[in-house]
Design a protein around this ligand. Structure first.
Ligand SMILES: [Zn+2]
Length: 300
């Protein structure tokens, strides 16, 4: 039987945060529970291991990785990340990014796979930013490129925030093609240059959004002729999102995700998807928007 592997670890939602911290850490377990409740069997789920710190230090700045994992980053660097340091934070970060790497491997094997976290696209080689410490998307692309059948990977990032860290990390790597659709007037205010960038105005609604998604996808397929796709399906584009400033409906999120999955299927491209950002404070409502990705992938 064909299965769509789903990658999850309970640690995704295990992080003690200050009261009123804006990060909706419970959403990952919420998605896992909702999928189970809707009949997705336990056998669909794969459990990731944390990334190896030494292997990580060979790709990123070893000083940054050392300071991050030992809790010796300076307070300014931690403020830029936006979470208080803890051992739990490090373990969660390494496991969540390990999850996206596992998702990339499973996508090559099964055609598609989804991580119930991921999309840490504001992480650079030598610093973290905006809740991101280790850039899982870039690591997943490098993992895919180790396959003899993969010479080119497209990172298609539809989170409302620009994939600045990913763009910067991939600048000198022609095998990784980066595309970002994002709110033009939103964090990060200093944008990096992806291979293709599409800055959307505040208040963008479904029609312009979906036209842009389709245009961006087709242009990038022509430009880089990828052998595999990594998709950041952030739902902070949603009209009810606290940080997004766009006005995309739940149906619009589904249409976006469905388009990306069906085009990858048409083209015979393996796709590894991550859930990306989403910051409604109402966790049940937020989970419902994230579930659109799973519907679009045929999991529900
Ligand atoms: Zn975002």
């Amino acid at each position: 039987m064909l299965i769509t592997p789903l990658v999850f670890h309970p640690i995704y939602s295990q992080l003690d945060l200050p009261v009123r911290h804006r990060f909706p850490i419970q959403k990952y377990q919420g998605i896992r529970d909702a999928l189970a409740q809707k009949g997705v069997p336990d056998s669909s789920f794969f459990s990731p291991s944390p990334l190896n710190v030494d292997a990580l230090a060979s790709i990123y700045d070893p000083g940054y990785i050392q300071q991050l994992t030992t809790g010796t980053l300076d307070p300014k660097a931690m403020r830029r990340i936006g979470f208080p340091w803890s051992k739990q934070l490090v373990e969660r970060t390494l496991t969540a990014s390990g999850g996206t790497v596992l998702t990339a491997e499973l996508a090559l094997k099964h055609g598609k796979a989804l991580n119930l976290t991921g999309g840490y696209h504001h992480a650079f080689a030598n610093f973290g930013s905006g809740f991101c410490m280790v850039n899982d998307l870039y690591l997943a692309a490098l993992k895919m490129l180790q396959s003899p059948n993969v010479d080119s990977v497209l990172i298609f990032d539809c989170d409302v925030h620009q994939g600045d860290g990913t763009a910067k990390l991939a600048t000198n790597n022609p095998a990784v093609y980066t595309v970002s659709l994002h709110g033009e007037k939103n964090f990060p205010y200093r944008k990096q240059q992806s291979d293709l960038d599409f800055g959307l105005p505040k208040g963008t609604q479904d029609r312009l959004f979906l036209e842009t998604v389709e245009e961006a996808f087709e242009l990038s397929i022509r430009a880089c002729q990828p052998d595999a796709v990594i998709y950041d399906a952030g739902v902070d584009v949603h009209v009810n999102d606290d940080l997004g400033h766009l006005e995309i409906s739940t149906e619009g999120v589904y249409a976006r995700d469905h388009f990306v999955f069906s085009r990858c299927e048409d083209l015979g491209l393996p796709i590894a998807a991550v859930i990306g950002g989403g910051y409604q404070r109402d966790i049940d409502a937020l989970v419902e928007v994230h579930l659109q990705l799973f519907k679009a992938a045929g999991v529900l």
